[in-house]
Design a protein around this ligand. Sequence first.
Ligand code: GDP
Ligand code: IMO
Ligand code: MG
Length: 432
Amino acid sequence: MPATVVVGAQWGDEGKGKIVDYCAQNAEVIVRFNGGSNAGHTVLVGEELFRFHLIPSGTIRREVLNIVGNGVVVDPSVLLEEIEELKGRGYPVDNLKISERAHMVMPYHRILDGLEEGLKGSLKAGTTMRGIGPCYEDKAARIGLRMGDLTDEGVLRERLDHLVPLKQRLIEAYGGNEVLSEESLLDQCLEYSRQFSAYITDTSLLLHQSLEDGKRVLFEGAQGTHLDIDHGIYPFGTSSNCVTGAAAVGSGVGIRHMEEVIGVVKAFTSRVGTGPFPAELSGSHASYLRDKSLGEYGTTTGRPRRVGWLDLVMLRYSARVNSLDYLAVTKLDVLAGLDPVKVCVEYEFDGQILRHFPANMNVFARCTPVFEELNGWKDISEDTWKEAVKAGYEEFPGEMREYLDFLAKESGVPVGIASVGPGREATMDMRS
Ligand code: GDP
Ligand code: IMO
Ligand code: MG
């Protein structure tokens, strides 16, 4: 099995970090292929909690090579903080490589992210303010700076000569009062060059060599299918592609190597940021789900996540656009205790039933959910869940297994992993 891709099947925060960390036990190389420090991937190992924004979630496994691929937009200041924090915790981070083609998030991208959001009115996506959109804008406009540029002072100076006045004019036009200094940006870049030169390389080549040597590669997606710039709910998503296809584009590896695609899906739905959410819950059910799992607060922003019932229209769509081979269903322990459990199976729109996800945001905004009720399962203690994992799938509550069967039947994708807690030992692997 040369390569496995892990993608989010919903609106992000499905538990990709946990699943990547789990799958990393069988991988020799991990590559992040999209997004930037808008991502927050949480990994719990024993009592130790890690939150990754840019560094792949396998960095704590010392024997694994971790790659930040060309599709990632790298904020060097965040990367440096992450590296320093890991080093401070006893992880040397000597197993990291960064693509020379990855674009850099510059301080002016963050400034513009804030200013643009303030002016967008109802088009505001509620971004993470990490400069992600403006950085991908520059990439598409071919005026970005890439990590590889850090190693060439002449190139940096020439680009900044043009970019600084251009960005300054934009900031002023948007009503901002920040003043950019070319010299201090250049100094910062040269400092980053010193810090990162050992990490920056042709990671596509490295990945090809690894695959040729028969090494197992794991592709770590950020965000989720419904945040994807093309396939998500435009304009309320992010600025990168988050689907399986992006694993190839964002790493420089051809698609034929990708033999297993795992779609991570929460047993319910959550969303940070604005935009329509048909199966959204409010009141006591919402606070039950949010408060029971401390994780329902944005890993990157700390904002409370909006929560709702599982949406199968969204999941069927994710199965299609990602070629999912398996579902990894997380937070089954959190949904426990609610009875009955509802699942959105279709939408109703202007008296019509929709089973397939609409492309038009205005249609989506007017869809109402059609629910099917299933039996809930009892809430049990963390230790009891772990014992059930050890004892085997049949020891999981019958109603929960019925829920998983229902998901598999309705999405057309078998459940490969069932997760009943944030830790490694709360993971049931049913993949063949
Ligand atoms: P990601 O962005 O997809 O990696 O997800 P986040 O890390 O942002 O959010 C997922 C949260 O759920 C984290 O706090 C995880 O530790 C936690 N988590 C993952 N799987 C499970 C699970 O099965 N049960 C519980 N209770 N928590 C989980
Ligand atoms: P992980 O990888 C959840 C959302 C933001 C906002 C929209 C655009 O942890 O699953 P951006 O800063 O990207 O321009 O914001 O996308 N968003 C996420 N939501 N999880 C994420 O990443 C997200 N990354 C971006 O909340 O609605
Ligand atoms: Mg997250």
